[in-house]
Design a protein around this ligand. Sequence first.
Ligand code: 13P
Length: 253
Amino acid sequence: MRKQVIAGNWKMNGDSGFITELVNGIIKESTDLNNIDIIFIPPAIYASKVIELTVTSNIAVGLQNVYFESKGAYTGETSTEMAKDIGASHILVGHSERRQYYGETNEWVSKKTSCVLNNSLTPIVCLGESLEQRESGKLEEVLGAQLSEGLFHLSADDFSKVIIAYEPVWAIGTGKTASPEQAQEVHAFIRNLIKEKYGDTVSEKIIIQYGGSVNDKNAKELLGQADIDGALVGGASLKVDGFSAILKEANNL
Ligand code: 13P
């Protein structure tokens, strides 16, 4: 059975005081949750602080983005080597907000994913369709391209280290979540594409998280689906009670 992996993507939210309270609060609520993996993904500028706060816990810390070069004249960017240097373990790649606002393409996703893997960190690669794409019947085409152009250059060994997050763009920050059946159908579709490319062993091992308005009310049913192996949580990860409740649901599955 695959382990549930629950990550909180804090996006561009929080300050030192807020983050300290949030981290300490969630650590307190999650000390006995041994069946799941938990990841905090704070704004990069606070990542070192969060790593210090979590050092005696089982919680991993990731960054929301990196550039694929290791150093140089790239003002404003952070390298995977720097992320590794401070003790981060996971990197979000290709989040829909990066695709939408910063022009991140499948080609960049492929370069960033390789770079993260080459540095022995874990990429969490986001896939997802817009409402327009879903309604015009392009869901399979869009997800297929995101997978094949972004990830299918990897060897089977490397691919099996990737975490995939299916985040339908229309469900992000809207309060409109995919129904458990809708999400399961897409997760099964993604796993099947992986099976066609890499075979059974890899496709059965790969973690596919769901993201998009996950909260303490809908987590149990979503996470209970056969091909949903965790959640990438935005808004609800900024609340001690809400996020802790999601962690407990996942741990009790
Ligand atoms: P929300 O949970 O706020 O919808 O955000 C989802 C998301 O984008 C996580 O990466």
